[in-house]
Design a protein around this ligand. Structure first.
Ligand SMILES: CC(C)(COP(=O)(O)OP(=O)(O)OC[C@H]1O[C@@H](n2cnc3c(N)ncnc32)[C@H](O)[C@@H]1OP(=O)(O)O)[C@@H](O)C(=O)NCCC(=O)NCCS
Length: 150
């Protein structure tokens, strides 16, 4: 079942709900101050997917040079497999395509099959491996890219 969500910019008032989802999504969650830092950066784009007033998921993206880097994406466990992460990334493409000369990139744990298939469906392809990138368990990161315009 797909969920109709509103996608809008995150604000500091969303930090409690962000933390809640973050802690339910990652073994090594970002701190509150990391989110606050991204919200304050002009080069970052921070989007939330809301069902009514409830935050269902978020996407944090930073622009470095000519590429957009997906820094964090998470959806509340109760809202997964309803197209919310897809809707967030598609909104990113709509908002940024004219400002993205090199496209979009991200790192993902090589074991995160669900996220990798999400990204592949959205046009990302694997371009390399960063050995031991994740400091908690030295897991490798898969580096993925998507060209501007698909
Ligand atoms: C990865 C994550 C953001 C996906 O969010 P989501 O809203 O459930 O994703 P969508 O519903 O848009 O999924 C779209 C497609 O991606 C693939 N996909 C997403 N999650 C998947 C999973 N757990 N297993 C297998 N395929 C998956 C499927 O092809 C899915 O389509 P389908 O449901 O029609 O089969 C969510 O599972 C999450 O928050 N995980 C924990 C945090 C995380 O790993 N983030 C990524 C770090 S790089």
């Amino acid at each position: 079942m797909k969920t109709a969500v509103d996608i809008r910019a995150l604000t500091l008032g969303d930090l409690d709900a962000i933390e809640d989802i973050e802690h339910n999504s990652y073994d090594t969650p970002w701190s509150r101050s990391m989110f606050a830092g991204e919200l304050a950066k002009p080069a970052s784009l921070c989007l939330g997917a809301f069902e009514g007033e409830q935050l269902a998921g978020y996407l944090i993206v930073s622009r470095y040079v000519d590429a957009w880097h997906i820094m964090n994406i998470a959806v509340s466990p109760d809202f997964r497999r309803r197209g919310i992460a897809t809707a967030l990334i598609q909104r990113l493409f709509e908002l940024t395509d004219d400002r993205s000369r090199r496209g979009y990139t991200l790192e993902v744990r090589v074991s995160n099959d669900g996220a990798i298939s999400l990204y592949e469906r959205l046009g990302f392809t694997a371009r390399g491996i960063r050995r031991g990138y994740y400091t908690d368990n030295r897991e490798d990161a898969l580096i993925m890219w998507r060209e501007p315009g698909g």
